[in-house]
Every structure is written in structure tokens, then in C-alpha cells.
Design a protein around this ligand. Structure first.
Ligand code: A3P
Length: 400
């Protein structure tokens, strides 16, 4: 091999290596709405039944990606659900530092002196590095900040809506809730973006975190990210929503909670509603929506009826896809009503007659029988707020 070609190969190797090392530094300053290149990571799995698998996928002990040296090593343990930080120097999880450029040049020179075999090996590894880096970057797409967010409401059907949307080939969304604007805001937009699955040009990135709807600081923060983001809100009869919330909370506390009736009312004889209980407060939708309307115009919101999402998911999806500017892909062919559960289940690939897939056991739980007098009292309490909501939104959801 001539000296010239050896030097050329060395240059290619150094360039590839420099590119690899520079990759993590691309994110700061690449701007709101910009894209963070990824290293050929596969697209996020797009079904709820793989949420457990997704957690495994984010397992810090699992090797991720193969392009650059940093990705071939275990990531640091995640602070939240995602491993995002580069481990500090000296951390055992940090990859062993590569020899410096001048040292690599010296090693290469020595190998060349030692004979053909060593130099052949070095040439092979150079080619491998270049192919993996370039190929991975172009195939994986880019991670982008969301163009649409399901901001709420908790227990109204937000998971169902997201999973229905993920049937669409032009939608990509992480399975877990990122909780960026409420709990992780100090981690910055680059962290947020890193949670998003890679998308190709023309695909829509989405996420859902229902607590955004009720968290005071969130509307302003979302606006600071993007004034154009589209906002989806699933609403459900606030009385059944409160019961659903209660069922979820009591399942976590293994039945150690007071009865729903005793949580919802402070005084049964006087019928005083416990407005300090979160499950009741969340259902006063107008109170929360007023805050959002200070930051975004009405036409940037789309309201989904949680009841209609169960009764007629295809119609809901037609309207949601139109609102998001997506082609009408998800239709009645994608739904199958599971009579036992009483909820629609998904048929991911109707053309292949794939098996219906229902949401997990935590969705569509059995509700307790609640004293009808307490239900009636709650209905009276919510009625004026519901009427105001219908006015603000321009739609009657039909809650009695
Ligand atoms: P219940 O468990 O009280 O019935 P969220 O995903 O926002 O937590 O909402 C959960 C609610 O979604 C469930 O409340 C259920 O009523 C509703 N839902 C809507 N479509 C559903 C579906 N296809 N399968 C299961 N639950 C669904």
C-alpha cells in the first residue's frame, strides 16, 4: 500500500471518529422545532401491548444502537423513565476513553511497519465505522418536538385516543407519558426531543400527558415551545370520570381508601361536595380550560367526547385525523367491539386479518355501585360548569 493511500485511510477514520464524538454535542442550540439526528435506532414499537417491552428497550443495561462508540456501551440509569444523561467522567458506566488522535496515528504507523496483516485489519475497521455511521443516520429519521399533544383529561380515554392514532403510518409517539411540561421542564427541550421516536419528513410527532391539562404552568410552557402546536383534549362526563379516577387510586392503595361517597361529599346531610379532592376538581373543566385559552386560540384545540370514543371510534378518528391534517387512514376497519369488555379493540392490520388487540387491564375497569343520591348531588354540582364548557367549546357533550 502506498503512503498516500494509507494517509487517506487514516483521514477517513479520523473524520468518522470525530463525527461520532461530535454527535452528542449537536443538540444544544439546534433550535425549537429542529431535529436531532439519531443513530439508526429502530422506530418505536407502536402498540400498547409492548409498553413492557419498551421499558426493556430503555433498560440502561441493554446495549443500544451500534453506530458510534458511545451508543455501543450501556447507558446510565434513567432519572425518569429514560436514560438521557451522559455519565460523569470516572463513572464506571462511561465508555473507556479512546486513544487520542496522535496516539492512534502512532499505533497505525507501528502496525504498518509490522506488516500486511495488521494494516489489513485496520483498513477493515475503518470501512465498517464509515458504513455504520452513514447508513444508520439516514435510515433512522430525526427526532422532532411534538406537533400535537393530547393534554388531557386523565381517565377520559387519553390512552385509547393515542393508541388509535398510532395506527396511522404518519404518526409517531412515545408510549410512556413524558411529563415534560409539568415534572421535567428543567431538563430542557433537547431532553424532551430525545424521548420522541424518530420521524421521517411529513410524519407527525405526538405525545400524551393528561396532567398537562390541570397544571398551572403548562400552557405557558407549551406556548414557549411552539405557538402552532395542536392540542387534543378528551373530555368525559365529570361524574363517571371522578369514579374512574377513584377506582384507579384505590387499586393502587389496595382498597385502603374510603368509599367514593365519603370522598366526594364532605357532608352527606347537607350535600356539600368535597371540592378539595382532586378527582372532583379535575372535572371542573372550564377552570383549567380558561388558562389554556389565554395562550392558544380555540381553533388550535380539538375536543373529543370520551363517550363517543367508545361508541363510535371510527367517527372520532375521522374528525381527529382531519384536525391534525392527516390522511383519513384509521377507519371502522381498524375497530372491533369486544362484547365482553364493552370497549372497542384495535385491529392493527385489517388487510392481514390481524387479531384484535384490546387496551390493558387498567383501562375499562369495573366501577363500584355508587349511591344514586351522591351521583345526583355531583351532577347538580357540575351542571353549571358543564353548561359553560359547552359554550366555550361550541359543543354539547350531552352529560345530564
Ligand atoms: P375506565 O377504566 O374507568 O372505564 P385514560 O386512558 O385517559 O386513563 O382513560 C381511561 C378510560 O378510557 C377508561 O376508563 C375507559 O372508559 C376509556 N376508554 C375509552 N376507550 C377505551 C377502549 N377502547 N378500551 C378501554 N378503555 C377505553
Amino acid at each position: 500500500m502506498t503512503t498516500v493511500s494509507c494517509v487517506a485511510l487514516l483521514c477517513v477514520y479520523s473524520l468518522a471518529l470525530t463525527w461520532c464524538l461530535a454527535l452528542p454535542r449537536l443538540s444544544p442550540g439546534d433550535g425549537i422545532g429542529g431535529a436531532l439526528p439519531v443513530d439508526g435506532a429502530p422506530h418505536e414499537p407502536s402498540s400498547p401491548d409492548v409498553i413492557a417491552a419498551r421499558k426493556l428497550h430503555f433498560d440502561p443495561a441493554a446495549p443500544r444502537g451500534a453506530g458510534c462508540a458511545r451508543n455501543a456501551h450501556p447507558s446510565p440509569p434513567p432519572q425518569g423513565r429514560y436514560p438521557v444523561r451522559t455519565p460523569p467522567r470516572g463513572d464506571p458506566a462511561r465508555p473507556t476513553p479512546r486513544p487520542s488522535t496522535w496516539r492512534r496515528a502512532r499505533i497505525a504507523r507501528r502496525r504498518r511497519r509490522e506488516g500486511g496483516e495488521a494494516s489489513t485489519r485496520s483498513r477493515r475497521s475503518t470501512v465498517t465505522v464509515v458504513v455504520v455511521v452513514v447508513g444508520g443516520g439516514s435510515r433512522g429519521g430525526s427526532r422532532r418536538l411534538p406537533g400535537a399533544i393530547i393534554i388531557g383529561v386523565k381517565k377520559a380515554g387519553t390512552r385509547a385516543l393515542l393508541e388509535f392514532l398510532r395506527l396511522h403510518p404518519d404518526v409517531q409517539a412515545p408510549g410512556p407519558e413524558p411529563h415534560f411540561f409539568d415534572r421535567n421542564y428543567n431538563r430542557g427541550l433537547d431532553w424532551y426531543r430525545s424521548l420522541m421516536p424518530p420521524t421521517q419528513e411529513g410524519q407527525l410527532t405526538m405525545e400524551k400527558t393528561p396532567s398537562y391539562f390541570i397544571t398551572r404552568e403548562v400552557p405557558k410552557r407549551v406556548q414557549a415551545m411552539s405557538r402552532d402546536v395542536k392540542l387534543l383534549v378528551v373530555v368525559r362526563d365529570p361524574v363517571t370520570r371522578a369514579i374512574s379516577d377513584y377506582v384507579q387510586a384505590s387499586s393502587k392503595r389496595e382498597g385502603k381508601m374510603k368509599r367514593f361517597e365519603d370522598m366526594a361529599l364532605l357532608d352527606h346531610r347537607l350535600g356539600i361536595v368535597n371540592t378539595s379532592w382532586g378527582a372532583v376538581r379535575i372535572g371542573v373543566y372550564t377552570k383549567h380550560l380558561e388558562r389554556w385559552f389565554k395562550y392558544f386560540p380555540r381553533d388550535q384545540f380539538h375536543f373529543v367526547s370520551g363517550e363517543q370514543l367508545i361508541e363510535d371510534p371510527a367517527q372520532v378518528m375521522k374528525e381527529v385525523q382531519a384536525f391534525l391534517g392527516l390522511k383519513p387512514f384509521v377507519t371502522d376497519k381498524h375497530f372491533y367491539l369486544n362484547a365482553t369488555r364493552g370497549f372497542p379493540c384495535l385491529i392493527k392490520s385489517p388487510e392481514n386479518h390481524s387479531k384484535p388487540h384490546c387496551l390493558g387491564k387498567t383501562k375499562g375497569r369495573r366501577h363500584p355501585d355508587v349511591d344514586p343520591r351522591v351521583i345526583e348531588r355531583l351532577r347538580d354540582f357540575y351542571r353549571p360548569f358543564n353548561a359553560k364548557l359547552y359554550q366555550m367549546v361550541g359543543r354539547d357533550f350531552g352529560w345530564s
